[in-house]
Ligand binder design. Structure first.
Ligand SMILES: Cc1ncc(C[n+]2csc(CCOP(=O)(O)OP(=O)(O)O)c2C)c(N)n1
Ligand SMILES: [Mg+2]
Length: 544
């Protein structure tokens, strides 16, 4: 047995079923070991999307996804994915090659100090310097990646260590770990704060979307009957159709949902992660904030909770609900605001205009997506509209990145979702800018034979930056580009493409695409004048 084979055995021991990436010659022992293993090697056309896919595996399953690259150039291409997983708290393992470390026959050719490069981008980065250490190192890597707060781990396997013969060292069997539940005093204190509140609100943050938490969160909200809102990444953690949903804080202030936030005297913030653009700005005189999380809060200029309940969130919430159920006369104090907030948000969602308004696009997408359908967003202006307007009924059915907020992850994350859930509808929504950053992965998707629809919002521009430019009073400059003909582009990959050509085309075109199966590219023009009209003018007027 050589080092590469031992590494692959250790990955099998962790239940790894697939590895995404682009190998180089330094990985050839590893590739050979994979060939003779139960693990599938899924080639991508660039390392960055391989990391986005592995991270999304971690996000959706709670188990680290694994990606692979060669040394230097390939490994550097993983760095954006590392940042995506680190900020987004997605468990992921990155394995990269390296020249031999026992001799240096190619001098410094392609050698970059990747462990140093990855150190600030990961929870742990290690070079494997001896085959003997592999079982312990791999076990530790998976534990570190998976435990709260989850994130990426980097292992570098030099080619001579990969090729070196090692004794068959026993692997370490994984076992489940239950983190501790919040202590009694913290539970009592939190219960007391909530009991005393005149106008409480629950806020669900990014960590509320951990896959294993969905049930206990919904249960908590239903038992307490306190209305809730969510951050962008906390979306979907509790049934959005629930009569207690009061909105999504896609902007930091002044949106309709802030009418409730501003009137609250207590915000029970569950799993808020300050990597997100602030859902509201804390200030003196504002509501008290109770942080409930796996880990203590991180204090920022705009977020410094006055109380904390730290522990395994699901079981801790069950204990808290036990102390409070049926004992909160003020639970629904802010609920009367709900209808007005949701009515404003839904404005112009059924308007027949061409090009389509972002509100109409969100509305039509919701129509064709079943409750368990998954929408994966890239990053652009439409993200604010989807976060604000899309209603979710099932946990993790709107995947967006409000942490690194990188462009280019929409398509790869959708491919991963489609691989994991072949029987659910999966839709990637991308801007024409973000889509073209990783559109080459259409070939990967086609090769994998997934069912997937990609909706491209075409404004021939980096629309979001153009909007910011206008909001800040700059001249409209430097944000426009040309595009390929997306229908022809789809055909070049052997895929189907369609164009939305009228105000009422989008829903039927998407429906047809999903019915047919396979991969479809649908492009639609979008009327982004709504960005200024609603998100700036209307909200400013409403606030004053
Ligand atoms: C990798 C990366 N580069 C740049 C940015 C900054 N940025 C944020 S949104 C955006 C424009 C996105 O354009 P597009 O994908 O066409 O979406 P649109 O806003 O036009 O709908 C840019 C350049 C980013 N978030 N990520
Ligand atoms: Mg655009």
């Amino acid at each position: 047995m050589n080092g590469a084979e031992l590494l692959v055995a250790a990955l099998e021991n962790e239940g790894v079923q697939q590895i995404f990436g682009v190998p180089g010659e330094e990985n050839l022992d590893l590739v050979e070991a994979l060939r003779r293993s139960s693990i599938k090697l899924v080639l991508t056309r660039h390392e960055q999307p391989a990391a986005f896919m592995a991270a999304t595996h971690g996000r959706l399953t709670g188990k680290p996804g694994v990606c692979l690259s060669t040394l230097g150039p390939g490994a550097l291409n993983l760095t954006t994915g590392a940042g995506y997983a680190l900020l987004g708290a997605m468990p992921m393992i990155m394995i990269t090659g390296q020249k031999g470390i026992l001799s240096r026959k190619q001098a410094g050719f392609q050698v970059v100090d990747m462990v140093s490069t990855m150190t600030p981008l990961t929870k742990m980065a290690r070079q494997i310097v001896s085959g003997r250490t592999i079982p312990a190192l791999v076990r530790d890597a998976f534990r570190v990646a998976q435990q709260e707060r989850p994130g990426p781990v980097h292992l570098e396997l030099p080619e001579d260590i990969a090729a070196e013969t090692v004794a068959e060292i026993p692997l370490i069997p994984p076992h489940p770990i239950d983190p501790p539940v919040a202590p009694t005093e913290a539970l009592d204190w939190a219960a007391e704060l909530i009991r005393k509140a005149h106008a409480p609100l629950v806020m669900l943050g990014a960590a509320a979307s951990r896959p294993r938490l969905a049930e206990s969160l919904s249960d908590f909200v239903k038992r307490l009957q306190i209305p809730f809102f969510n951050t962008q990444m906390g979306k979907g953690a509790v049934s959005g159709g629930s009569g207690l949903y009061i909105g999504t804080a896609a902007l930091s202030e002044r949106d309709y949902v802030h009418r409730a936030i501003d009137r609250a005297d207590l915000i029970i913030s569950i799993g808020h992660d300050t990597v997100e653009k602030p859902p509201f700005l804390m200030s003196s005189g504002g509501p008290t904030v109770l942080h409930i999380g796996y880990l203590p809060a991180i204090v920022e200029e705009v977020f410094s909770p006055q109380a904390e309940m730290v522990g395994d969130v699901g079981p801790s919430l069950a204990l808290l609900a036990g102390r409070l159920e049926g004992k909160l006369p003020n639970a629904s104090a802010l609920l009367p605001l709900r209808e007005g907030i949701l009515r404003h948000i839904a404005e112009r969602a059924d308007e027949s205009r061409y090009p389509l308004t972002p509100q109409r696009i969100v509305h039509d997408v919701r129509q064709v997506m079943p409750e368990d359908g998954i929408v994966c967003l890239d990053n652009g202006m439409y993200k604010i509209w989807f976060a604000r307007n899309y209603r979710t009924q099932v946990a993790n059915t709107l995947l967006l990145d409000n942490a690194l907020a990188t462009m280019g992850a929409g398509l790869p994350s959708a491919i991963m979702a489609a691989l994991l859930y072949p029987n659910r509808r999966v839709l990637a929504v991308c801007g024409d800018g973000g889509f073209m950053m990783n559109s080459q992965e259409l070939e990967t998707a086609a090769r994998l034979g997934v069912n997937l629809v990609v909706l491209i919002l075409q404004d021939d521009a980096y629309g979001m930056i153009r909007w910011k430019q206008a909001v800040d009073g700059f001249a409209d400059f430097g944000m426009s580009f040309g595009n390929p003909d997306f229908v022809t582009y789809a055909r070049a990959y052997g895929l189907k493409g369609s164009r939305v050509q009228g105000p009422n085309d989008l829903a039927p075109v998407l429906e047809e695409a999903f019915r047919e199966g396979g991969i479809h590219l649908v492009s639609t023009p979008v009327d982004y004048s709504e960005n200024m009209r609603v998100l700036v003018k209307e909200l400013r007027e409403a606030a004053s």
